[in-house]
Design a protein around this ligand. Structure first.
Ligand code: SF4
Length: 467
């Protein structure tokens, strides 16, 4: 329940019937019941609250219809609205924004942030007259300058002014960055949870931005890697401790990449004795034993790795250049040693793969002895080489206006047919999760009632939903 609030700028995660995770230039529909606070909106709110009263409204998590959000907003004098949007539900998101704008009793500048606007901002504004602008980089304070009516020196924004679309320079500096503390306490943190989480008093924090790698199916490699100052992160963690946060999702693409910084951050976290439990995404060829030991001591209990496929040829074709393919098993074994759960992400049927490649990948996911696995289908994400190739070859299916790799095939190369791929994905889930050995392993890892509840909910979801 969201009560009345004072605000100049509202940052809104749109309502959807499904749980939608839209942040850090990607969006996906939750395959289970997991959900975390939107890092784009948190980071933008952090900068905006230097000069404005801000309010984050997670209409998706709170299940607030446009009608309810309009009611909340109409009693305020608003300066701006910022919506997080995602390609996997873009039509729904734009419908929601339109309803809000039509229902408001005042004219309000409306911006959007998200992967879809990262490459096509001008087109989004041309096609959607209800939008006033797009935010390209959620870690800078350009949007603060915009709402302070500055119009010179603006960067990382595309906006409408006097019927013209102004495209500011995209500045993606490579140096480190800091962020003011985000207003996490505006969110009902009890409502967020991870399938493998230890507690539901969960929030999101970033320690870096972008990715130094260039996998050609992923948009993050297009964003210059920047790391956040460790002392600045510690200030935010001190505040999170004070407000009672128990679990943290470090919303990084590649936790641990800048070794010196991460060793400093983790050592400080250990010395502070926060007692947080935390999870993040990383790469198998980035983490070494010293780092994993520090991660474990500072509360890390699960790591997510993009393993993608068993096929070395596919890894090479898509520039997922691992330093050494043996590092997959080596890093997963080290995680076991430090009692860190491992989650493997796989993409089944990237163009060029055969049915046999996909079957090998499914077998591999079982052999790796991962704790959890997520099987996805290729998505031609805007801004990626995979998208360019898919368009050039006419592989993108006509009915795919909303992109989500967690259910329906979006690419048809004519070799692995969509129905076949869908069935392979369904088989992958059954082969991975419905094994007695696996079920016993997970039961023995349950440490508290919350984990038991989450496992039961996720398994029920897995069995009752047709993947
Ligand atoms: S390492 Fe991960 S985040 Fe980075 S480009 Fe590759 S898939 Fe994307």
């Amino acid at each position: 329940m969201i009560n009345s609030f004072d605000t100049d700028i509202a940052l809104i995660n749109p309502f959807n019937k499904k749980i939608v995770l839209r942040d850090f230039y990607s969006s996906t529909i939750s395959k289970g019941i997991y959900n975390w606070p939107n890092i784009d909106l948190l980071s933008l709110a952090a900068n905006l609250q230097k000069k404005f009263n801000v309010k984050i409204i997670d209409a998706n998590t709170e299940k607030l219809s446009s009608h309810k959000v309009i009611k909340l907003l109409n009693s305020k004098k608003l300066k701006g609205l910022i919506f997080s949007v995602g390609k996997s539900v873009l039509e729904d998101d734009y419908k929601f924004i339109n309803e809000i704008k039509n229902g408001l009793n005042q004219k309000v500048k409306t911006f959007v942030v998200g992967g879809v606007v990262y490459y096509d901002a001008k087109k989004e504004l041309e096609n959607n007259s209800f939008l006033d602008g797009c935010i390209i980089n959620f870690t800078t304070d350009d949007i603060l300058s915009y709402f302070l009516n500055k119009r010179t020196g603006l960067k990382n924004l595309v906006y409408r002014e006097n019927n013209k679309i102004i495209e500011c320079e995209n500045e993606l500096p490579r140096n480190g960055f800091t962020l003011p503390i985000a207003p996490h306490d505006q969110l009902n943190l009890k409502k967020y949870r991870l399938s493998h989480g230890k507690s539901n008093y969960l929030t999101s924090v970033i320690t870096s931005y972008g990715c130094p790698h260039k996998c050609s199916f992923c948009v993050s490699g297009k964003i210059n890697y920047r790391y956040r100052d460790p002392d600045n992160i510690i200030q935010e963690l001190d505040y999170l401790k004070k407000i009672g946060v128990k679990e943290i999702m470090f919303k990084d693409n590649i936790f641990g990449f800048h070794k010196r910084n991460y060793k400093e951050l983790l050592t400080k976290m250990i010395n502070k004795n926060y007692n947080f439990s935390w999870v993040s995404d990383s790469r198998v060829d980035v983490l070494d034993e010293e780092l994993l030991n520090l991660m474990h001591k500072s509360g890390c209990h699960a790591l997510h790795f993009g393993i993608e496929t068993k096929s070395e040829k596919t890894l090479e074709n898509y520039q997922k250049n691992l330093k050494d393919t043996n590092c997959v098993k080596k890093t997963l074994n080290l995680c076991k040693k430090y009692r860190i759960l491992t989650v493997g992400y796989f993409i089944l049927g990237l163009p060029g793969e055969t049915k046999e490649d996909v079957i090998e990948t499914i077998k591999y996911s079982v052999e790796l002895n991962l704790d959890f696995a997520s099987f996805n289908l290729p998505i031609p994400i805007i801004g990626t080489e995979l998208r360019l190739k898919s368009i050039q070859n006419n592989w993108v299916l006509n009915n795919s206006s909303n992109y989500d790799g967690s259910n329906t095939p979006i690419i048809n190369t004519g070799k692995l047919l969509p129905d076949e791929l869908k069935k392979l994905r369904s088989d992958a889930y059954k082969k991975f999760y419905l094994r007695l050995k696996y079920i016993f392993k997970i039961i023995f890892k349950i440490k508290n009632f919350f984990q038991l509840k989450m496992i039961i909910l996720e398994f029920t979801n897995l069995i009752t939903k047709r993947h």
